[in-house]
Design a protein around this ligand. Structure first.
Ligand code: M6R
Length: 605
């Protein structure tokens, strides 16, 4: 959730750390700080709020030194003020921490003689290391002993006056990567942060401990054995992590959807036969008894959409659950079950823990991730990569649509292997998928009507989203997007549920967004639209030409979309709900890429 970075071996350590932190800001932006080691002193600068505050602060209070660590925080324990900003230090040791120390209070009680300056769980790490150093341990042993005392999840970077040529990295349940420079070495919560400095990285495995010196690194596994970790060459271009000509990453990422959907499809489809090609999956598909799907937020909604596809085409029972709920239910998981985990970051702890649970229960683990080096990918039996490229805006857009595209192809692949789908029908459905990039471009070229609706809802307190069948999850996604970036309260229901309660909310103020393409359920959606209209409600209809002709003026606003095959409606109708949330947020002047209280990667429970 927080971002951490370490640099060793350059007199520019503080400026490199600052640059790295800017790239990690998506992980949290409640406060930021840097500590460097210079001439046997630890110097620190910290600021509440975004990294730009720290940057300003550093202009007048620069930090020097060949070694340094930095942090951008998403607050868990204690308010987002300067005292609670990392690095924490007692003058002898400085630490940055990503994760949660579950037994911090017990350790704090034991260390009651120490002077605690913050209300965080993390500061206890500093005092524990110093406790062992003061009793004669060297830094490495002190860190090992400290690590053995911690319960919870943590990625740490540690520096100390006792060994002023070393940065220690520790990874347990939270990710950490080592970068190789020219004599310099780096540590970062992810490889994106290291990209401007190096394209060569190693990922720590869970439980690893690493010792960085100028120009070298040693890795130790959870059993303290000296181990090697593969050096990988990053293929991401550093410019893909910039906004380009767009005002926000979110808008840039919305516009990338035609291309990334095309890329994702090209990797999963045999273009000559127009059929799915997932032969790399080593699953006995005919023997599958059930599919369990787990994700959080938008990833969960992508899973919900796919339930309709798996059931319709592959005729297989599917259960979809939210990661944070799944783990605390007692599931009768069948033999030969397939468990699918969906995640952009591949680090969401609420998704990772159910993955481990399903593994213990003998399920085949397939992950659909956008970060192929992530923990979820590494712990899976098979991985399908969404080729969305780095997604920086906190609101998921291109990751969400590429997740749905991937699940759609998987559903067709399983359907054909189980003999429930003819090649001809598969070709028809694959063709519909292949037409998506063009249809999405059409929507992107005609955004005026969406912007107009945004100006009508920007001052409202509440918005209701309704959808039916496989478009119901898109109503949920629309409400999530609006809440997340415009801070307007929004709720979503399956359209038919409206009369069972939410209908009481209808008045001349409440905008109701209907996701209503002219599909097999359109007549039912129309009935719901009539029910709203009859009560003086404000209907915002998202539909196509055929749907709009049947609306008979029941709507207040219309957002017209290109006609498309019913199979791909959830993917296509994601675009207007993303854009509606975006334009509303622009009009409200909120921080679109970094909405308050949120973070891109949620690595705490
Ligand atoms: O990285 P993940 O896909 O596992 O993240 C899951 C959710 O945290 C994420 O989709 C979140 O809901 C987004 N901010 C939604 O826009």
């Amino acid at each position: 959730m927080c971002g951490i970075i370490g640099v060793i071996g350059t007199s520019h350590s503080a400026s490199l750390i600052l640059e790295g932190l800017k790239r990690l800001e998506y992980r949290g932006y409640d406060s930021a700080g840097i500590a460097t080691l210079d001439k046997n002193t630890i110097n620190r600068q910290r600021s509440a709020g975004k990294i730009s505050n720290l940057e300003k602060h550093l202009e007048t209070n620069p930090l020097t030194g060949l070694i340094g660590i930095g942090h951008t925080r998403w607050a868990t324990h204690g308010p987002a003020n300067e005292e609670n900003a990392h690095p924490h230090s007692d003058g002898q040791v400085a630490v940055v921490h990503n994760g949660i120390i579950e037994n911090f209070q017990k350790l704090k009680d034991e260390l009651s003689d120490c002077n605690f300056e913050s209300t965080t769980d993390s500061e206890v790490i500093v005092h524990l290391i110093s406790y062992y150093l003061d009793r004669g341990d060297n830094l490495i042993d002190a860190c090992r002993k400290m690590k053995a005392r911690l319960k919870g999840s943590f990625a740490l970077a540690v520096i100390s006056l006792k060994e002023n040529d070393t940065v220690i990295g520790i990874c347990q349940g939270s990710p950490l990567a080592v970068g190789y420079g020219n004599g310099e070495m780096y540590l970062g919560s992810d490889s994106l942060a290291l990209l401007p400095m190096t394209s060569k990285v190693s990922y720590l495995s869970d439980g690893d401990f690493c010792i960085l010196k100028s120009g070298s690194v040693q890795f130790f596994n959870s059993e303290n054995k000296n181990v090697k970790r593969e050096i990988k060459e990053l293929s991401i271009d550093a410019s893909s992590v910039s906004k380009g000509s767009f005002d926000h990453f979110m808008m840039k990422e919305i516009h990338e959807q035609p291309q990334v959907i095309r890329d994702t499809l090209n990797a999963l489809i045999d273009s000559s036969s127009r059929t799915s090609d997932l032969s790399q999956l080593n699953i006995d598909i005919n023997d599958l008894s059930k599919i369990t799907i787990v994700g959080c937020g938008s990833a969960y909604y992508a899973g919900l959409v796919s339930k309709y596809w798996f059931e319709e085409y592959a005729k297989i029972p599917v259960e979809v659950d939210i990661g944070s709920e799944f783990r605390y239910r007692n599931h009768p998981l069948p033999d030969k079950g397939l468990a699918i985990f969906i995640s952009q970051s591949g680090e969401t702890i609420d998704t990772l823990y159910p993955l481990r649970l399903c593994k213990e229960k003998g399920q085949y683990i397939l992950s659909i991730v956008n970060s192929p080096e992530s923990t979820i990918a590494r712990e899976s039996d098979s991985v399908i990569k969404t080729l969305a490229g780095p997604e920086i805006g906190v609101a998921s857009t291109k990751a969400f649509t590429t997740q749905m595209v991937t699940l759609a192809v998987l559903a067709l692949f399983i359907a054909r292997k189980r003999n429930h789908l003819s090649e001809k029908k598969e070709q028809e459905l694959v063709s519909a998928l292949l037409e998506l990039p063009e249809k999405i471009s059409e929507i992107l070229n005609a955004q005026d009507s969406i912007n107009k609706v945004a100006s009508q809802i920007k001052d409202t307190q509440n918005v209701l989203y309704l959808g039916r069948g496989h478009n119901y999850p898109i109503a949920l996604e629309g409400a999530l997007k609006l809440k997340e970036i415009s801070y307007i309260h929004a709720e979503a229901y399956a359209s038919g549920e409206m009369k069972h309660g939410p209908i009481a909310l209808i008045d001349s103020h409440l905008p109701i967004v209907f996701i209503a393409p002219s599909d097999t359920l359109f007549s039912k959606s129309l009935t719901n639209i009539e029910q709203v209209s009859a009560r003086g409600g404000r209907v915002i209809a998202l539909t196509d030409e055929a749907g709009s002709e049947k609306l008979n003026g029941l709507h207040e606003y219309l957002i017209k979309l290109p006609k498309a095959h019913e199979f791909v409606h959830p993917i296509l109708y994601s675009l207007p709900v993303q854009l509606l949330a975006y334009y509303t947020a622009v009009l409200k002047g909120t921080d679109i890429d970094q909405p308050k209280n949120l973070a891109k990667s949620v690595t705490v429970e």
